[in-house]
Design a protein around this ligand. Structure first.
Ligand code: ADP
Ligand code: MG
Length: 672
């Protein structure tokens, strides 16, 4: 048998069982063995019957005992089909009555004089003590017990699969492994990496641990391998060598850089300067640019892409700046046109599905969707900038680069305001230069943020109205939904729009959402940026990139429905000018319990913290990478043992992966 063989090759895995296992993602023996326990129960402490009775009098309720069956019989209860199974068990210290309810098969299953482990509660009636076992396991001479009298695994199972059955299958597979009836070639390579124990021993230990210490050791070893596998995947992804790309005339580039810097109406911050000069240096060294620029919202990333685009365009090499929404594309287009109006050479174009080919332009601005829909629009690009990459696009980048029809690989810049914890950059961007723009333009103030419970809603309205009327500022008002939905009780754009119209009759209010026509959206955005109305109620379409410096108030409805990184993005739409800005997070009342408590903790943290990176770390810690980044879009796998927040592990596994790679191991097959 091989590890990759179907689970049906194990005993007692019928087709109906294999369907159920399939629901858990278990198809092969290997899948079964890497379906790790989510927790353990420790029943390793065994009492004798006498000792259990003494402890019971001291208030202890639950016991594991090891005893022989003296008697077990079934009686039918009067008036019905229900039965009781009564009997007695004993060990050297004494005996005790046992009782089960409605399990007549036990008269056969429990064998006379056979020794079992039992776990359950003792109850007292008068002078009578009765033991009510909920679990039992036969004690066998040559075999270790797996359910009782030890640390036993607990798995996340599905209907129709009992934990006893599942543990037995895992045990069976492990025994086959140990007896070498499963071909271990797949694991031989890995064994050479883990020196102290074999993988089989570690697997055995993780499912059926000897003690806490050995369990921790096995866990760490396997987590290390799992993380090493992630590194190897990244390594494999990147090993494709890229030879063809545009190499720029560097003297000209330096000259053009000076020209464009003179045209920009402000001085670059130190970090902006650093990124620009670093990238120009790379061009100087004839390197392919492949980088990620991260910086808080409003830190001034966009201008960096304009500068680079200008340098390319001036050499007759087409550059494209891609953004997630048409609203943002329009805004970038307008800004770029304004900035480059001094130079007749630069033709800026909106790349939409309508204009079929934008050959003549040397700066193309559009949404990322054009890559999917209209590949012919871009077939000779020297530089691609993907701006406001909200979910950073490991996958998107690969897709993009693989789908271009052109012969040369473009230089590539990703820009994101979603701060990426260091642990993640270390793993997933090991091949990419990561730049951070930390310093904000000089005159920026910290955005004052508040959590507003529902009983303060009206006060909030009043405050906002006064502020807008007295100081001429504008407000964004973000809702999770467009329409009211019966399934989800969250505020919708239409509901809030109607509510605000009624409650704030002195203010001009408009709304915006993703389902509106492109022209409508653009028109509304334009009017808003020209200060034609006060409040823009919208969905998160305004989440990314939109720049309206006069908007200084951000209201977020149902804050609990957003992730922290996303809230931070939304908040970043204000605080772009020199005026003091405010963010109000309206929430429905959050009880102090369970997941809701967690939501409330997150929101409290959010209003008190303004450092995007810290917020991202908090988000990653409290919700895990799958929730925060979405495993599909980001290309971050669901890890079983390893933690993406564990920097120590990441470091260790990286050097392990290095060693593995050099000795010809390209994957840790156990986790694939
Ligand atoms: P980001 O893309 O990082 O969210 P933007 O590039 O949209 O930020 O910049 C936010 C605002 O700050 C814009 O209005 C931009 O013109 C302005 N800005 C950018 N860099 C500077 C700077 N160095 N000094 C002053 N204002 C700046
Ligand atoms: Mg931007």
């Amino acid at each position: 048998m091989n590890l990759s063989d179907s689970v049906t090759s194990l005993k007692y895995v019928s087709s109906s069982y294999s369907e159920k296992l399939d629901r858990l993602g278990i198809k092969s023996v290997k899948n079964l063995l890497t379906y790790f326990p989510r927790s353990y129960t420790d029943s390793s402490h065994i009492d004798d019957i006498y000792g259990a009775l003494i402890k019971f009098k001291d208030g202890v309720e639950e016991f594991t005992i090891k005893a022989k069956v003296d008697e077990i019989k079934s009686i039918r209860l009067r008036g019905g089909n229900r039965t009781l199974q009564n009997g007695q068990v004993s060990d050297k210290s004494g005996s005790i009555l046992i009782q089960f309810f409605n399990q007549p098969y036990l008269t056969k299953a429990l064998k006379y004089k056979q020794e079992y482990l039992f776990k359950g509660k003792i109850k007292q009636k008068g002078n009578q003590f009765t033991f009510y076992p909920t679990v039992f396991e036969e004690v066998k001479e040559e075999e270790e017990s797996i359910h009782l009298g030890r640390i036993s695994p607990e798995y996340a199972l599905t209907a129709g699969v009992t934990k006893k059955w599942f543990r037995n299958r895992v045990k069976q597979a492990l025994d086959l492994l140990k007896d070498n009836e499963i071909d271990l070639k797949e694991l031989d390579n890995i064994d050479s990496l883990v020196k102290t124990n074999t993988i089989v021993e570690y697997l055995n230990e993780l499912h059926f641990p000897e003690n806490e210490k050995t369990l921790a050791k096995a866990h760490d070893a396997l987590a290390l391998l799992e993380m090493a596998d992630v590194h190897l995947k990244v390594k494999n992804r990147l090993s494709k060598e890229i030879k063809k790309y545009e190499k720029l005339d560097i003297a000209k580039a330096s000259k053009d850089l000076k020209t464009i810097l003179k045209q920009i109406p402000f001085e670059l911050t130190e970090d902006q300067n650093q990124v620009v000069s670093n990238l120009v240096e790379q061009l100087q060294d004839k390197k392919l640019i492949n980088c990620l620029i991260q910086g808080d919202v409003g830190s001034g990333k966009t201008i960096v892409s304009f500068i680079l685009a200008y340098i390319f365009a001036k050499q007759g090499i087409q550059a494209a700046i891609l953004v997630p929404t048409t609203v943002l594309a329009r805004q970038h287009f307008d800004n770029a046109k304004k900035l480059f109006s001094f130079d007749k050479d630069i033709i800026v174009d909106m790349a939409s599905t309508e204009n079929k080919k934008a050959e003549k332009s040397n700066l193309l601005i559009g949404t990322t969707a054009i890559i999917h829909r209209n590949e012919h629009l871009i077939d000779n690009l020297g530089l691609i900038v993907v701006d406001e990459q909200h979910r950073f696009g490991v996958t998107q980048r690969e897709f993009l680069l693989n789908n271009l029809k052109q012969k040369k690989t473009p230089h590539y810049i990703d820009m994101t305001a979603t701060p990426i914890p260091r642990s993640i950059t270390e793993v997933f961007f090991s091949d990419i230069d990561v730049f951070s723009i930390k310093s904000k333009p000089k005159d920026r103030k910290r955005i004052k943020s508040y959590l507003v419970p529902s009983n303060k809603r009206k006060d909030g309205y009043r405050w906002i109205k006064d502020k807008i009327l007295s100081e001429g500022n504008q407000a964004f008002w973000v809702c999770p939904l467009i329409d009211n939905s019966e399934a989800i009780t969250s505020k919708s754009v239409k509901e809030i729009y109607t509510d605000l119209k009624k409650n704030l009759p002195d203010l001009k209010i408009e709304y915006l959402h993703g389902k509106m026509k492109k022209q409508e959206k653009e028109a509304i955005m334009k009017q808003f940026s020209e200060n034609k109305f006060h409040i823009l109620v919208s969905t998160t379409v305004i989440e990314v990139g939109v720049d309206v410096p006069n908007a200084t108030i951000m209201v977020i409805e149902n804050g609990e429905r957003f992730g922290l990184a996303q809230l931070h993005q939304i908040r970043g739409r204000v605080g772009r000018g020199s005026d003091q800005s405010y963010c109000f997070v309206f929430t429905d009342d959050l009880p102090e319990a369970g997941s809701e408590k967690e939501a409330s903790d997150r929101l409290h943290y959010f209003v008190s913290e303004h450092n995007g990176l810290k917020i991202a770390e908090f988000d990653l810690q409290s919700r895990g990478p799958g929730e925060v980044y979405g495993t599909k879009q980001s290309g971050i796998p669901n890890l079983k043992l390893a933690k993406l927040t564990d920097l120590g592990l990441i470091k260790k596994s990286k050097s392990l992966a290095e060693k593995a790679y050099n000795s010809g191991i390209t994957e840790i097959s156990l986790f694939n």
